[in-house]
Design a protein around this ligand. Structure first.
Ligand code: F6R
Length: 610
């Protein structure tokens, strides 16, 4: 979703801001803009464009402007269409103030009416512009004070950055519910909504908390709360490597990330498995381990692909632990009247660590006294900070909007958490050792599937004429059917539905005919025979079937139209192997259709609105 980057220091801000915007592109956006001030001559560069950052860059490069501080933004439309007028920065009636904003100002209509009565002229449909005029209205002789006063009047969420021509060499940033991270370099500060935007320059950071603001000067950083009470904060050094946003020869980031998965699995388990004892070691959970071991109930809350990881986690926990395990969409969990107590645990699963609904769910659980844990990829993200304890994925940045490697990482780590609890609550050392042994083979198993990418590509090509797909699986593979269908629909825009195979007869089978193919996950295991029965039912109605089956199963070829073979592992890990061909199928299908795979329409990488 929207992204913020701002720079103040000795360098020309323009290339740093443009690079930062490019590194925010993966979050999803539809327009971009930038404002920079040259304090030497008072010149201002204020440009916006619809579409890619490249368009903005062309406009910027047609000037020879240089200014050592500025703010820039990528916008994902919420209030008003993606137009230049609606793109950020927004300005005031004087044209001297520039403001960028992530989040939503909920009371903007009331404020706007009042400001219009006072004579303010609006040029956009956005909620953000209201804040720019509000600051103008409150401005006397102190810029940061006007920002503070204005923020006190708004309801909703914000991560903002603002500059003003009459108050040179100053950037004011503030947050409530939308992240702002300040990077500290040599005689420079770079603030952003996402460390990815500036990690190349520094890994020393300060995270703003809700209702905090900071004043960035050339060589001074002052942090206060919204009552201007000064706050001392020590910079943290973050363990997040700069990775060039390069596709390294792959056509898309999504494909690169699919191919990275053997390494993703290794990174997820590195230093976290004790093979001889059949147990895992998760430093992040140690401070609350006693409480975890005494939990009565555990609930996974998350959204989208992370929800399917949680759904898979439920089956894993049921197998490895004696806990009462539940799973819920974060967007639903938050509204339920749940009987949560101190003996409950809630695990928020989130790649970005910023998903608004997941955050709201975890806050609700915390309010009721439950232990709240996080399974997050982005280090220092809001969910990572607000949970009592947690485990990081260590999967590096995921640029493709459709999640692939993080899903796999989440699934692997859910096994590690279940193993840790299970082994302390009755799981045998033998079972633990077997799981550890098989986890260690996972990356090799994934490599074997990647070697078959050409075959999967051919199958995807064959099914291009179809507009609807059903994905079915049973038990542990039911979440994988859901995830496979989500991958196809989000990047190729064809309709795909995931279903537990046993439910097919209760409705969806009426859809089946020669035009409605099914992807059936039919690897070996105790539900295999039942899956074959479901496949037969589809075939009896002329439905085409693509099966994901275990290597060596020659019989299935006689039943289905196409087979993708995968290596065999123990049943609780098999879904992690089975999802790989579904990712590749979706990828190639969308690529043949010529879709914008890394940035599918309407989607955002980090969903910070509810
Ligand atoms: C789909 C996808 C989304 C996210 C969902 C939650 O490929 O990536 O469904 O999984 O928006 O995001 P996080 O995991 O960041 O909370």
């Amino acid at each position: 979703m929207c992204g913020i980057i701002c720079y103040i220091g000795e360098q020309n801000s323009i290339p740093i801001l443009l690079e930062g915007l490019k590194r925010l592109e993966y979050r999803g956006y539809d327009s971009a803009g930038l404002a920079s001030i040259n304090p030497e001559n008072g010149e201002v560069l204020f440009v916006k464009s619809v579409g890619k950052v490249g368009e903005l860059e062309k406009k910027v490069k047609s000037t020879d402007f240089s200014g050592n501080y500025g703010i820039a933004h990528t916008r994902w439309a919420t209030h008003g269409k993606p137009t230049e007028a609606n793109a950020h920065p927004h300005s005031d009636c004087t044209g001297k103030l520039f403001l960028i904003h992530n989040g939503i100002i909920e009371n903007y209509e009331i404020l706007k009416k009042e400001l219009i009565k006072k004579g303010h002229k609006f040029v956009s449909d956005t909620d953000t512009e209201v804040l720019a005029h509000l600051i103008e209205d409150n401005l006397k002789d102190n810029f940061e004070d006007a920002v503070r006063k204005s923020l006190a009047m708004v309801e909703g969420t914000f991560g903002i950055a603002a500059i003003h021509k009459d108050f040179p060499r100053k950037i004011v940033v503030a947050r409530r519910g939308s992240p702002i991270i300040i990077g500290i370099g040599e005689n420079e500060y770079i603030a952003a909504s996402d460390v990815n935007a500036f990690i190349r320059y520094t890994n020393r950071v300060i995270y703003l908390n809700d209702d905090e603001m900071a004043l960035l000067n050339d060589n001074e950083l002052v942090i206060t709360d919204l009552n201007l009470k000064q706050i001392e904060k020590k910079p943290e050094t973050i363990d997040w490597q700069y990775e060039a946003d390069e596709k390294e020869g792959f056509k898309h980031f999504m494909l690169k990330e699919i191919y990275e998965q053997p390494r993703t699995v290794e990174n997820a388990v590195r230093g976290r498995l004790i093979e001889g004892e059949g147990i895992s070691k998760l430093g992040g959970l140690e401070p609350v381990l006693d409480r975890i071991l005494n939990l009565k109930k555990l609930t996974f809350v998350s959204c989208g692909t992370s929800f399917y990881a949680g759904l898979y986690g439920k089956y894993v926990f049921e197998r490895l632990t004696d806990l009462d395990v539940h799973v819920d969409y974060a967007s639903e969990f938050r509204y339920r009247n749940l009987k949560l107590t101190e003996e409950d645990g809630v695990v928020a699963i989130s790649q970005s660590g910023e998903t608004a609904d997941t955050l709201a769910a975890l806050r609700e659980a915390k309010r009721k006294g439950s232990l709240v844990l996080g399974l997050v990829n982005v280090v220092g993200s809001t969910i990572a900070k607000e949970t009592h304890a947690g485990v990081y994925c260590h999967a590096g940045p995921e640029i493709g909007v459709a999640s692939t490697k993080i899903f796999v990482s989440q699934c692997v780590i859910l096994n590690l958490i279940a193993l840790l609890i299970g082994r302390r609550r009755g799981l045998s050392v033998f079972d633990g050792m077997q799981l550890v042994k098989e986890i260690k083979k996972l990356s090799g198993n994934i490599e074997k599937i990647l070697e078959k990418a050409d075959l999967i590509r051919e199958i995807a090509k064959k099914y291009l004429p179809y507009q609807n797909f059903l994905y079915i699986g049973r038990h542990l593979n039911f979440p994988i059917a859901m995830e496979g269908a989500l991958k196809l629909k989000e990047i190729s825009y064809v309709h795909a539905e995931g279903y537990p195979a046993g439910e097919m007869k209760h409705g969806p089978i009426s859809l089946i005919d020669e035009y409605f193919p099914t992807v059936a996950i039919a690897t070996n295991g105790f539900t295999y025979e039942k899956m074959i029965s479901n496949i037969q039912e589809i075939k009896a109605r002329n439905g085409k079937v693509i099966a994901v089956a275990t290597e060596g199963n020659d019989e299935i070829k006689n039943v289905v139209d196409d087979v993708i073979y995968v290596p065999e592992t123990i049943d609780i890990l098999q879904p992690i192997v089975n999802v790989i061909p579904l990712q590749l199928f979706a990828y190639y299908f969308a690529d043949f259709k010529g879709c914008d795979i890394d940035k599918p329409r309407n989607l955002a990488k980090s969903v910070t609105v509810e």
